[in-house]
Design a binder for this molecule. Structure first.
Ligand SMILES: NC(=O)c1ccc[n+]([C@@H]2O[C@H](COP(=O)([O-])OP(=O)(O)OC[C@H]3O[C@@H](n4cnc5c(N)ncnc54)[C@H](O)[C@@H]3O)[C@@H](O)[C@H]2O)c1
Ligand SMILES: [Zn+2]
Length: 363
């Protein structure tokens, strides 16, 4: 049974990935927090599908927010927090975050801040949440100025991932997870990347054993990076591979392109940039493109967008940190490039960036 220990300065936790593990949740909660009130926080879609199996008597409360990123706000955090106060809950309470990354981030932030912090369980129900957002200890909400701008590091008490719940996941949500898994292969494991491409059919068919195997390896890869660098001072930046371009694609299309699809395009464009800058082996972008296609991930923009518009979106995105664009660039499949001690490489060559954007179809 795949089980991993993730060690954080703020606390250690175990990630369990197993078909059927959801049915053990009530017993695990009782063992972890005997006699303590437990609040299940979920979204309405996931709640309708799974809350009955999770929130059995004598659990205190199930709170469901509307599904979608628009619920990841300070207003929802406030409403949830107030609901906990109204129920008379103290710091003796604990939270179960049942849902995708939106729920995990929001419920995790409620847990991080309620009575100065109460424990919570991550029960990810999307592929993206299983391989990405439930591991690493980041929680938070969005503001009108940008995503995840308010938050806290608050590692969960444990993560329980049941690949069987992915049967009901819409295909575009499955692709979001696959894109992050492809990213993990590019960052750290060439064999995993190859295996992923060869297993595309089983993954799309949601074969539980195949999903379990790949989720486990992705969790292991992400956990290794996170443990090496908890607070994004170094290697954690590699997890942003593909994401500088992806965020620009999401913004310029007003989020009509999903995060996963944008990441796939970003991985291709950034690999091309890495080749142009001479930090990647020649032919890398083409190999990445072929692998992503095998996974049925898009490698070109679905609509015509001006390269300069994408470039401006990238500059705006990064203005908050420093007036210089940084990329986590691949060296080869399985290894990332670095600039001295830095994994986020500053790129001043505007032409090279624009050229890379043209490769994914920007005008
Ligand atoms: N904390 C981190 O380190 C981290 C990392 C990556 C992403 N994130 C965050 O994660 C969020 C994205 O997560 P997501 O892609 O899981 O989105 P999500 O949580 O919004 O879920 C996507 C959709 O799938 C539905 N859904 C969830 N599970 C389902 C199931 N089993 N069957 C059917 N439908 C289901 C949800 O109701 C929702 O409509 C973003 O807010 C992002 O910022 C956080
Ligand atoms: Zn991502």
């Amino acid at each position: 049974m795949p089980e991993f220990r993730v060690a954080h300065a703020l606390g250690d936790y175990t990630v369990t990935i197993r078909p059927g593990v959801l049915d053990e949740l009530p017993a695990r909660v009782a063992a972890l927090w005997p006699g303590r009130p437990v609040v299940v926080i979920t979204d309405e879609t996931v709640g309708a599908l799974l809350a009955d199996r999770v929130a059995t008597d004598p659990w205190a409360l199930t709170l469901a927010v509307p599904p979608g990123e628009s619920s990841k706000t300070r207003a929802r955090w406030e409403a949830l927090t107030d609901a906990l106060f109204s129920a008379g809950l103290t710091r003796n309470a604990a939270i179960v975050a049942l849902g995708g990354g939106m729920v995990g981030d929001l419920a995790g932030f409620v847990a991080a801040t309620y009575a100065r912090g109460i424990p919570f369980l991550q029960v990810p129900t999307t592929l993206l949440a299983m391989v990405d957002s439930s591991v690493g200890g980041k929680t938070g909400v969005d503001t009108p100025l940008g995503k995840n701008l308010v938050g806290a590091f608050h590692p969960p008490a444990a993560v329980l991932a049941d690949p069987l719940v992915l049967q009901s996941l819409p295909p575009e949500q499955l692709r979001c997870g696959l894109a992050e898994m492809a990213k993990h292969g590019i960052i750290a494991d060439a064999a995993y990347w190859t295996d992923l491409g060869e297993s595309a059919d089983q993954l799309h068919a949601r074969d539980p054993e195949t999903l379990t195997r790949f989720i486990a390896r992705s969790v292991e890869l992400k956990a290794a990076v996170v443990m090496e660098d908890e607070r994004e001072t170094g290697r954690r930046a590699t997890l942003n591979a593909g994401h500088t371009v992806a965020h620009a694609v999401e913004h310029t299309t007003q989020f009509a392109v999903s995060h996963g699809d944008a990441v796939a395009m970003g991985l291709v464009a950034e690999a091309h940039l890495a080749e142009t800058l001479g930090v990647a082996v020649p032919g890398l972008a083409e190999r990445i493109k072929a692998g992503l296609k095998r996974l049925s991930l898009p490698t070109r923009l679905p609509v015509e967008i001006d390269a300069t518009e994408l470039f401006e979106a990238m500059r705006l995105d990064k203005k908050r940190s420093k007036n210089e664009l940084r990329f986590s660039l691949p060296h080869d499949i399985g290894s990332m490039a670095r600039d001295g001690a830095r994994w986020a490489i500053p790129v001043r060559d505007t032409q090279a960036i624009v050229h890379a954007l043209r490769v994914i179809g920007a005008a």
